[in-house]
Structure formats: C-alpha cells, structure tokens
Write a new protein. Structure first.
Length: 238
C-alpha cells in the first residue's frame, strides 16, 4: 500500500512538472511572437535604405522570377481606374509602378508598387488595395484560371511604400493536382519574398486580407466547380 501511494505521488509530480513545462513553453512562444511582431512593426515604419523606389523593387521581383515574370505590360493610363489604383487618390502618390499581364483574363499577375507623398497615407492605400483584391477574388471564383497564385498574393507596407503583388510563373503544361498547384505558387512567392527582403533589408508583414474572400488555403468555390486539375494557361472551352 505504501509503495502504491509512493508511485502515485511520483506520477503526480511528473504530471505537474509536465504541465508547468508546457505553460512555460507557451509563454515563451507567445513572448517570441510578440517580440517578432514588434520588431516587424518598427522595421515597417523606419526610414528605408537609400535608393529604394517602386521601380527598384519591381525590377528586383522581375529579376528573381526571370521568364516566370509575366506582369510584363504597363497598365494603360485609361485603365488605371480598373486596377488597384482605382481605389485610391492618385494625387497623394509621389511615384508608382503599375504592371499586369497582357491578357489579364488568363493571368492574374498584377504588380502595383506606390510611394506616397506622405507615409500617413500608406494605410489608406492598403485599404484600397484590399478592397480591389476582394473584388478580384470574387471574379476568379467564377473563372478560377490561376486560383492559387491569387490566394497566395502579397500586400506589403514599408514606410511610405505599398506593394500589391500577384505574380509568379504560370503553371506548367503538365497537369497538377490542387496540392501541387499550391506548392508551386508558394515556391514562386518565396522568390518574391526574398527579393523584397533583399531590397528593403527586412520582409514586411503580409497585409492582404484573404480570409474575407474564402480563406488563403483553398480558393472559394473550387470544390463546387470540380476544378481538381489545372492544365496550364489554356483557356477552358465553352
């Protein structure tokens, strides 16, 4: 009996120690996340390295993607109101780059990078770009040509510069299952992230609101239209 009591006591002590370790680990993880978020926030609001412009950032993205960079056409001035720039006050911008694919109904690639005259307007630009993105997601729910490229998009703010990036190489001609399409898109955005980090000296937080349009892991409506395999950049027949 005494031995059984001793064993139970030891077991209880072990369980209590495990619980304490779990609590300590959780606190440590939360503290590390808070520190990382604080550091990122400070980095986003600090002065950027000399020479950083929308043009230099766009050039870095184009270089790292190589032939996979298909946002290769300046958005015509008369079409800017239909782009992410249509949601913001252009008079409050110092300079910008606005690129898209020549056939936007096939390739969602859109790269808009702006420099605000006043950094305080950057948050409003983020709101405008998110509003455009929401409409864009709704369109590509009906016509899901490159859904995973769209769901993995980037929206970065660094001081007075805001970046809206939907880009990456088109899917290969060999059909890919949905999980493979997702990994393909993520690999392309890893390249983009590295390019942005190289130019800025840090990687800003992604401010793109993907959850409002159906989540970032799977395009809304994908299950309804049965699009299990995507055959590259071919437009489906009517």
């Amino acid at each position: 009996m005494k031995r059984m009591t001793l064993l139970l006591s030891i077991l209880l002590l072990v369980l209590l120690a495990a619980c304490e370790n779990k609590k300590d680990s959780s606190k440590t993880t939360k503290k590390a996340q808070e520190q990382e978020a604080t550091a990122t926030k400070k980095a986003e609001n600090k002065a950027l390295p000399a020479g950083v412009t929308p043009q230099s950032i766009e050039a870095a993205i184009a270089q790292v993607l190589g032939d996979g960079y298909v946002a290769d056409m300046d958005i015509p001035e008369d079409e800017l109101p239909l782009s992410p720039l249509g949601e913001i006050d252009m008079s409050k911008l110092d300079t910008y780059v606005a690129k898209q694919n020549a056939v936007p109904s096939v390739h969602a690639d859109t790269v808009i990078i702006v420099k605000c005259k006043n950094a305080s307007y950057a948050d409003r630009v983020v709101e405008g770009f998110n509003a455009f993105y929401k409409h864009s997601r709704e369109y590509f729910t009906v016509y899901p040509l490159e859904p995973f490229k769209l769901t993995q998009g980037r929206l970065y703010k660094a001081d007075d510069i805001v970046m809206y990036i939907i880009a990456g190489a088109p899917l290969p001609e060999t059909p890919l299952l949905e999980p493979e399409q997702m990994e393909y898109a993520k690999a392309e955005y890893d390249k983009i992230d590295n390019a942005v980090k190289e130019v800025l000296g840090f990687l800003p937080k992604n401010l793109l609101k993907t959850d409002e349009a159906g989540g970032s892991e799977e395009p809304a409506g994908a299950a309804d239209n049965g699009a299990q395999i995507y055959d590259g950049a071919n437009v489906p027949e009517e």
